[in-house]
Design a protein around this ligand. Structure first.
Ligand code: UDP
Length: 457
């Protein structure tokens, strides 16, 4: 039963503001669940665009949607900088109205602090003006936030915008990155808009009450320390957030999950199936899609592949060549959206062919599933660098200009057969173990989360 206002009176309430993308909504709702399980009342404040389904949230959460006046074409476009700037501009006033009202009334609990995605620089500053502690949540890695901090100097030193001729140059200021691991925004106008967005984000974080990062000390201890010294703000490494909430308790998928793949996985041998997914945002062209499909078919291994609407530009699944469909037969299961965490937990799954979104990578590590990396944009190349070369818990698909089926098959063979694959699996066990030590009671993420629960300025 939802508590009445009188039971909330006097309770500490946290107001959380996710950015409306799946890869940002998931960690924010996981943080909400973690704070809720430790006694805080929760309000989710969400722009109208892609607002979560009220029915999927716990009964005693408040969900407040604020008008954003964003045209659907902009919300669906790949021009993320324009979308995020428009959200900040259009939502600042409704956010102010909501927060000022919540502070006046207090009958629903005292607003202890606000947590806004780092991209919400305008609401972070509104909260500060209203005298409310406001923390920023970095949903991706600490290494990614270091890229944000370094962006102006990377531009100044000529690393950015990236040029293919420099791809293999080491970024001295940001080990272990090479230029190829940085954002590939090659169009000058887009590059300038993106640099401007990151400058707003960093300024917002520097003026906030603190930074929460969806990472853990075992994965990124040095990176977290460096951020601490660079922003002189409290830093809370409370991740990975999906491990800080009661198991699978958060239902935040914007698309409907096709759960039939779990039944299909039940029919497969243990440690035999590849799980293939490129997350919620990136698109691939028809050539890459077909080469990927041939690579999977040639590997002779069973697979579950998430082909979500919009993943492939200009190609329908039904258009797969007959010869390819015959070769795959009943060995491949294609779904439009999967219950990913449950799939990764399934004993039949042996490896994850992934775009290396940060959530996907951490979900894979927590289940001890080694990765085959095919990063495509944004933070994915950096995460792939950590997976393959720092933690060494995955292998990459080698790509020269265009992805080829032979590259896919070779990466699968490297991971599944021979000594290298064995070593990768051993290291994955160790990393998984270290990660759960951080998230278990008394571990660094657990302690940081409690510091956050008790946070006041
Ligand atoms: N996800 C899912 N089902 C799918 C594909 C992805 O539930 O079929 C979830 C996945 O578990 C992760 C999120 O969507 O939590 C994707 O976030 P990530 O950071 O990996 O990638 P992005 O979508 O931001 O590129």
């Amino acid at each position: 039963m939802a508590p009445t206002s009188s039971t909330n009176r006097g309770r500490r309430r946290v107001v959380l503001l996710p950015l409306p993308y799946q890869g940002h909504i998931n960690p924010m709702l996981r943080l909400a669940a973690a704070l809720h399980s430790r006694g805080l009342a929760v309000t989710i404040l969400h722009p109208e665009t892609r607002a979560p389904d009220r029915g999927k949230l716990p009964a005693d959460y408040r969900l407040v949607t604020i008008p954003d006046s964003i045209p659907p074409e902009l919300a669906a476009s790949e021009d993320i900088a324009s979308f995020v700037f428009a959200l900040n501009k259009n939502c600042a006033a409704p956010f102010r109205d909501y927060l000022a009202g919540a502070l006046r009334e207090e009958e629903d609990g005292h607003v202890a602090f606000v947590v806004a995605d780092v991209d919400w620089f305008a609401p972070l500053s509104v909260a500060r003006e209203l005298g409310v502690a406001a923390l920023a949540l970095m949903t991706s890695s600490a290494a990614r936030f270091l890229v944000y901090l370094a962006y102006p100097s990377l531009c100044h030193k000529g690393y950015l915008p990236v040029q293919e001729s420099n791809f293999n140059t080491t970024v001295e200021e940001l080990p272990p990155f090479l230029v190829r691991d940085l954002d590939r925004v090659m169009d000058m106008a887009r590059h300038l808009a993106y640099a401007d967005l990151l400058a707003h984000i960093v300024a917002g974080v520097r003026q906030s009450s603190g930074l929460i990062i969806n990472t853990s000390e075992d994965m990124e201890g040095m990176e977290i320390e460096r951020i601490r010294s660079e922003i002189a703000r409290p830093v809370f490494a409370v991740g990975p957030l999906h491990m800080m909430t009661p198991s699978l308790s958060v239902h935040s998928s914007l698309l409907t999950e096709d759960r039939s793949c779990l039944d299909w996985l039940d029919t497969q041998r243990p440690n035999s199936v590849l799980y293939v997914s490129f997350g919620s945002l990136v698109g691939i062209d028809t050539d890459e899609f077909l080469e990927m499909a041939w690579g999977l078919a040639d590997s002779q291994r069973p697979f579950v592949w998430v082909v979500r609407p919009g993943l492939v530009h200009g190609c329908e699944l039904s258009a797969l060549p007959e010869e390819l469909q015959e070769k795959i037969g009943s060995r491949g299961r294609v779904v439009s959206w999967a219950p990913q965490q449950e799939v990764l937990k399934h004993p039949s799954v042996v490896a994850f062919l992934t775009h290396c979104g940060w959530n996907s990578a951490t979900e894979s590590i927590s289940e001890g599933v080694p990765m085959i990396c095919r990063p495509l944009s944004s933070d994915q190349m950096g995460t792939s660098r950590y997976v393959c070369d720092v933690w060494k818990v995955g292998v990459r698909v080698e790509v020269e200009n265009q992805l080829k089926r032979g590259g896919v098959q070779a990466a699968i063979t490297r991971l599944m057969e021979g000594k290298e694959g064995e070593e990768v699996r051993e290291r994955m066990k160790d990393l998984r173990h270290a990660m759960s030590k951080c998230t278990d009671e008394g571990g660094t993420s657990d302690v940081a989360l409690q510091r956050l629960v008790d946070f006041s300025v």
